[in-house]
Design a protein around this ligand. Structure first.
Ligand code: UT7
Length: 346
């Protein structure tokens, strides 16, 4: 038997068609000036080097599950559905180590006995979760799937660490995918995805997991926050997203100059610009919301889809290339032709 995935036949069965988009942002805005009252940084530096003016922060009583619930409700309203067969939740900040957050969100949505599980692939999580959902649909295991990306990054960011605190924000976005005919507008895929665990320590929360549990009670408090080698991650993000996006366009049979919109993970404005530049996609085709929401990790791509759709940047017939990258390291890219009749619920 061959071990070459290139020789596997293309998936048959129904395709995953996007039918609804929703988002939710906690109301509290945190400006750069507010952050810098305790951080050795400045509004000018953060705007110039990251492209962020403000981000949202959930109150301490509000969890990832709460943000996910609101975004999921809105995506279902946008799709005009009252039930789904499965909920896949991408997050780096689950409400608990155990159990997964998705079943509780499904329960609160009133989805009785629905399949519900979390996917962890850092900021690439939403695109990974979409690939998993598309697989469930094409295998005939589900016909309607909610895919949610939700984060309370404020729970795992050290407010005194200037290499992470200015970057991240809280929020959630969601889509509904439904079984449909392959080739019609709104179909997601093919997907190009992968990981490189040799760089697992480039973005890591050192304490609190099964590794080094012998130091559970003695780990320094800072080890419960994200540690990131930002500059190194920056270079990998540009390289991996450029390559994955190029391959996803090729797999869809698109030339890069035929791409109408690039939806790129809002990691850092300069990363997004470098990826677009490497692909030769002009800034006018690359919607962005990082200035006002920051880097919302797994929520970044669905939030941008919702905001870009709401602002009229995504029009029916547009060829949309989607790409994300995050801890793991992990990356994923896919394509869709923006379908008619989508009204994002914000
Ligand atoms: O979402 C997926 C995963 N995450 C990412 O993709 C994030 C990737 N990384 C980044 O976005 C950027 O690397 C950061 C925003 C984290 C840092 O920006 P940078 O342009 O890569 O800065 P740097 O680490 O190369 O540091 C350049 C200089 C240094 O000073 P010296 O040594 O040149 O004097 C830093 O100490 O900037 C300094 N610096 C800061 N200065 C003011 C680093 N962070 C800050 C800060 N404010 N917040």
């Amino acid at each position: 038997m061959s071990d070459s995935s290139a020789e596997l036949p293309a998936a048959r069965g129904p395709a995953a068609v996007l039918t609804g988009v929703g988002s939710h942002l906690p109301p509290r805005r945190v400006t750069n000036d507010e952050l810098c009252s305790r951080l050795d940084s400045s509004d000018a530096w953060i705007r110039e080097r990251i492209g962020i003016r403000e981000r949202r922060r959930a109150e301490a009583a509000v969890s990832t599950g709460d943000l996910a619930l609101d975004a999921a409700r809105r995506a279902m309203r946008s799709a005009g559905v009252t039930d789904v067969d499965a909920l896949v939740l991408a997050t780096t900040t689950p409400d608990h180590h155990c159990p997964a957050t998705a079943p509780s969100v499904a329960h609160r949505l009133g989805l009785r006995d629905a399949v519900a599980f979390d996917v962890t692939a850092g900021c690439a999580g939403f695109v990974h979760a979409s690939a998993v959902a598309a697989g469930l649909i094409s295998a005939g295991s589900a016909r309607k799937v909610l895919v949610v990306g939700a984060e309370t990054m404020s729970a795992i960011i050290d407010p005194d660490d200037r290499s992470t605190a200015p970057l991240f924000g809280d929020g959630a976005g969601a889509v509904v995918l439904e079984a449909g005919l392959p080739g019609r507008d709104g179909c997601l895929g093919p997907f190009v995805w992968g990981s490189d665990g040799s760089l697992a320590d480039a973005i890591v929360i050192p304490a609190g997991g099964a590794r080094r549990r012998d130091r559970r009670d003695t780990a320094p408090p800072g080890d419960h926050f994200v540690h990131m080698r930002g500059n190194e991650v920056f270079r990998h993000a540009v390289r991996r997203m450029s390559r994955a996006a190029r391959e996803a366009a090729l797999a869809a049979g698109w030339a890069l100059d035929e791409v109408d919109r690039l939806i790129v993970h809002q990691a850092n404005g300069r990363i997004a610009a470098s990826v677009a530049d490497a692909l030769g996609i002009p800034p006018g085709r690359t919607p962005s919301n990082i200035a006002h929401v920051g880097n919302t990790a797994a929520a970044s791509v669905p939030l941008l889809l919702a905001h870009a759709a709401d602002e009229g940047h995504l029009k029916p017939g547009h060829r949309v290339l989607v790409v994300a990258f995050g801890s793991g390291l992990a990356w994923a890219a896919t394509t869709l032709v923006w379908p008619p009749g989508i009204t994002a619920e914000l």
